[in-house]
Design a protein around this ligand. Structure first.
Ligand code: NAI
Length: 285
């Protein structure tokens, strides 16, 4: 069964390609082969390949920069998803699309459920919300998978940033008032694989288990990496960035376990596997 992947060179896309290759013929569609903002090209490329499933890992992901260029974010994350949804509907291709915790405003004390009201508070979140709306209005054969706080081998992410910064500074300052669920890209890819096999279209939240804040996440990264450097907790008000972040963006996994039979491992376990994979890679380089 041929499966196509957009954004196969991104943080998530490369893990998705790796995992799906174990069982499927994978057609990688990087940006230079398919620009998802071009509807004609989307129709042409997909009808040439005729995959059974398309996993969309392509996105505009620069959260702070999106505040300066919201149209660009909307073009990729909104209209790009519309284009894929239209072509997939017309060609009978199942569409797996990845979205974000940032579609929620963060103002709750409990994890966000799949059908809670979306109310993004930054331009990136709004652009991803547009994509979700297009997806759900154009083509009923979709898996909409929200995830959060992604880390992995293939791109810039919080874990790599903390490790890199720790080698350059004498102390780290990290916010402790934003809560969420870290997610290892490899674990997410495995659950996308399981979800596709069920054929149970719908909305899912896929993250590693456990809720933390960036400060405690940073401390655990350093502890597991054996780096001893002071970490100072700061509030979001003291660490102002162009895009506002939700205070609580933890995602409630129901009905993931009920659908695939299990939940991803806890984030501390995922972090440990990621760090050992990174070290293996470094000693092989
Ligand atoms: N990184 C994170 O912390 C989180 C990411 N997500 C979502 O997960 C998904 C994957 O994110 P990442 O792997 O981190 O992204 P990434 O930034 O590492 O990769 C995105 C990929 O999209 C491609 N791309 C960009 N514009 C394109 C276009 N117009 N046409 C075709 N390809 C294009 C890029 O070449 C790149 O390979 C995205 O939908 C993102 O919104 C959700 C929550 C958290």
């Amino acid at each position: 069964m041929p499966i196509a992947i957009t954004g196969p060179n991104g943080l998530l896309g490369r893990e998705v390609a790796k995992v799906f290759k174990k069982e499927y013929d994978v057609i990688e569609l990087p940006h230079d082969i398919l620009d998802i903002t071009d509807l004609n090209q989307v129709r042409e490329v997909l009808s040439n390949h005729m995959p059974t499933v398309l996993v969309n890992c392509a996105a505009y992901t620069a959260v702070d920069k999106a505040e300066e260029e919201p149209k660009k974010a909307n073009l990729v994350n909104g209209l790009g998803v519309r284009n894929l949804a239209l072509a997939c509907r017309d060609l009978s291709i199942d569409l797996v699309h990845i979205s974000t915790d940032y579609v929620f405003n963060g103002n709750t004390d409990t994890p966000w459920r799949i059908f809670d009201v979306r109310d993004p508070i930054n331009a990136y979140g709004y652009s991803k919300y547009l994509g979700e709306r297009y997806l759900e209005t154009v083509n009923p054969k979709y898996f909409l998978v929200r995830t959060s706080w992604l880390f992995g081998i293939g791109g810039p992410n919080f874990v790599s940033t903390i490790l890199r910064t720790a080698t350059k500074q004498t102390e780290l300052r990290v916010v402790n008032d934003q809560f969420g669920c870290p997610t290892y890209a490899l674990d997410l890819a495995c659950f996308l694989f399981k979800l596709v096999k069920t054929g149970a279209y719908g909305v899912y939240h896929v993250t590693n288990q456990g809720i933390t804040n960036w400060y405690d996440f940073a401390k655990e990264i350093l502890r597991q990496a054996g780096i001893n450097i002071p970490v100072v907790a700061v509030s979001s008000d003291e660490y102002v960035r162009p895009a506002k972040r939700p205070k609580n963006s933890a995602l409630d996994p129901f009905p993931l376990k009920e659908t695939v039979g299990s939940l991803p491992p806890f984030w501390q376990d995922a972090l440990s596997r990621f760090l050992s994979e990174t070290q293996t890679k470094e000693c092989l380089d």
